[in-house]
Design a protein around this ligand. Sequence first.
Ligand code: ADP
Length: 208
Amino acid sequence: MNLVFLGPPGAGKGTQAETICKRFGLAHISTGDMLRKEMRDGTELGQKAKSVIEAGGLVSDDIIIGMVKNRLKQPDCTAGFLLDGFPRTIAQADALGGITTIDLAINIDVPEQVLVERISGRRMCTGCGAGFHVAMYDKSTCDKCGAALYIRDDDKPDTVSSRIQVYNEKTQPLIQYYEGKGLLRNVDGNRKPADVQAEIAALLEQLQ
Ligand code: ADP
């Protein structure tokens, strides 16, 4: 089962991906998490990506496609994977189609005003990269590894509006792209995480 999660920043893709991947035994591939790890490790790629990410833009297609191509060669992907945050442009989706087959694209739909609220409460772990929301977890250290939590630079209000604009321009067209291939399923993401999860799980059970 090879899946793509679509949806704007703050839709809950990462939260849902974590539980769905555990339940269905899929590899979770988050390009945002991969890029943040490169930045934490101070690699050349991380240094290149940093200014673009902090300005709310998109990292170049070449860099991202290369990164995902390598990741998909890892043995944990043979049993199936879930792409979270990729593809984000038509060029990325076309490249993905040339590398592998996608069985389903799940679009997690959330109204724009809710996204801004959600992102403003988001906290990340400096150690393992786990994500939290103050409404559900209002502590300053990670419950998984104990490291300090921080607010992502690109989660600050000015950058969030640029990210939503970039999403509307570059990524939203992918909804039609996958709809045209008969692979799209829409899920209402403006509900409790457990309800969203139940609906996604039901869709995936039909696939198996
Ligand atoms: P969110 O889902 O909250 O928007 P992510 O963690 O997926 O955030 O991504 C954070 C940032 O990393 C993006 O705003 C973008 O700059 C960069 N990025 C992640 N995935 C891609 C991608 N597929 N193509 C280009 N840039 C990406």
